[in-house]
Design a binder for this molecule. Structure first.
Ligand code: ATP
Ligand code: MG
Length: 425
């Protein structure tokens, strides 16, 4: 009786990160951590699942919480959720540990949303993010936006547009919500059916809709800018002034209220004009002056952003920027004697910090040389029966076709490799 093996594939909406995509992923991560740490931000890493209450605070009527969240009960029947976003979890950590302010942190990792998968939309996706907690100085808004801009520029993106808006304070929100609700109710016949049920309960959500019938109505809706208090207006003016001063181009989008409930004052998005419009938001963020209190902490203002790594790299693909880094192999060991020299020399070279590799299984000279060429290494060290008997090593410079092969005594080979790689100074 033959038993057929099961074949398994990645769950829908998830991906394996394979070489050489993984090398590019590491490189873009280094760009992000470099930008964040140069600005005084430190890494914070929170669990991938949390008490579901941490996330329900971000907006009961939102798709993120209402439709997309991975909810489960653990074996002790505790309600849990896989984290759908970063800010609430970081604010939970702040409320729990009460670190000194300003608390400037960055994070990166997987997030989970049960969405319809398509290009740039996954069920497990990854974000870089930063949060700057403890002050409502509008210059922090400018700093946070400038850091996102810096990341996008560092990976070579040109076709990104920054849009900003102000949500004002809680009072603005309440006043505006009322005005918007009555406008939308008056025009509800023209709103796409799928958005209609949100009009009464969550009118701000309707502004977020990507459906064209709804957008036609919301284009003429009252604008939140008309409801800002003078304090909120001052805050927003200072942000616009700062962006101008830093030379960061932006457009004001009065409909940018963003999907989550916690935003106050500044909201912003970076969109790539090189991507399909349904998935063109590379980075989104804003100020959330009420969230930490909601999560049981002291009233503390904060602002941050989340940047989708998959989207960022898709935008890079579309603009043909930030290619995967090349191989970093420096030395390849070709051993057609008994393999011992390759075994020992790779170990010794690696101890010196040199990237060294080899083939196994006693392959032919031709096959090993082919591997050496493919590896991208600059130097091949070759040991045949003759070299083994003479206690020597032959050196071939793989990138220089003119260079003759040289023979070096075995006990000088490490020093010679360092010299050839310019590591001896
Ligand atoms: P969208 O409007 O595209 O659904 P969003 O407003 O739901 O985005 P945020 O909650 O602001 O997204 O998340 C921050 C960033 O994370 C987004 O700008 C995007 O780059 C990325 N992102 C969000 N959801 C996904 C997903 N399902 N797959 C891949 N990236 C995502
Ligand atoms: Mg979304």
């Amino acid at each position: 009786m033959s038993k057929k093996a099961n074949t398994f594939r990645t769950p829908i909406g998830t991906r394996d990160l394979m070489p050489s995509d993984s090398a590019r992923w590491e490189a873009v991560t280094n760009v992000f951590t470099g930008v964040a740490s140069r600005a005084g931000f430190s890494l914070v890493d929170t669990p991938i699942f949390e008490d579901i209450g941490v996330f329900s605070r971000i907006g009961e009527g939102t798709d993120v919480v209402g439709k997309e969240m991975y909810e489960f009960r653990d074996r002790s029947d505790r309600p849990m959720a896989l984290r759908p976003e970063g800010t609430a979890a970081v604010c939970r950590a702040f409320a729990q540990h009460r670190p000194a302010v300003p608390w400037k942190v960055y994070y990166r990792g997987p997030y989970f949303r049960y969405e319809a998968p398509q290009a740039g939309r996954f069920r497990q996706f990854h974000q870089f993010g930063i949060e700057s907690i403890g002050s409502d100085d509008p210059d922090i808004d400018v700093e946070v936006i400038a850091l996102a801009w810096e990341v996008l520029r560092s990976v070579g993106l040109q076709r990104v547009l920054l849009i900003v808006n102000s949500m004002g304070d809680q009072n603005t929100r309440i006043l505006y919500q009322e005005a918007l609700r009555s406008y939308l109710l008056d025009n509800s016949n023209e709103i796409d059916e799928q958005d209609r049920d949100k009009v009464a309960s969550h009118p701000l959500r309707v502004l977020d809709s990507k459906r064209s019938a709804t957008q036609a109505v919301t284009n003429d809706a009252p604008k939140i800018g008309e409801y800002l208090s003078s304090e909120a207006e001052q805050h927003f003016d200072r942000v616009k002034d700062g962006l101008g001063s830093l030379g960061i181009p932006f457009a004001i989008e009065p409909k940018l209220v963003r999907g989550l409930d916690y935003y106050t004052h500044t909201t912003f998005e970076f969109q790539s004009s090189a991507l399909e419009t349904a998935q063109n938001t590379v980075c989104g963020g804003g100020r959330y002056n009420g969230l930490i209190e909601e999560l049981g902490g002291p009233p503390t203002p904060g602002i941050g952003f989340g940047m989708g790594i998959e989207r960022l790299l898709l935008a890079c693909d579309a603009e043909e920027s930030f290619p995967a880094p090349g191989s970093d192999t420096q030395v390849w060991l070709v051993d057609v004697a008994d393999g011992r020299s390759a075994r020992d020399l790779t170990h010794q070279l690696r101890n010196l910090g040199i990237v060294a590799d080899r083939a196994f299984d006693g392959r032919s000279m031709r096959s090993q040389m082919r591997s050496a060429d493919r590896s991208g290494a600059e130097i091949a060290l070759i040991i045949g029966e003759q070299e083994l008997a003479d206690q020597t090593v032959a050196i071939r410079m793989l990138r220089d076709e003119e260079a003759a092969q040289t023979i070096v005594p075995r006990d000088e080979i490490l020093r010679e490799v360092e010299r050839l790689l310019g590591l001896d100074s």
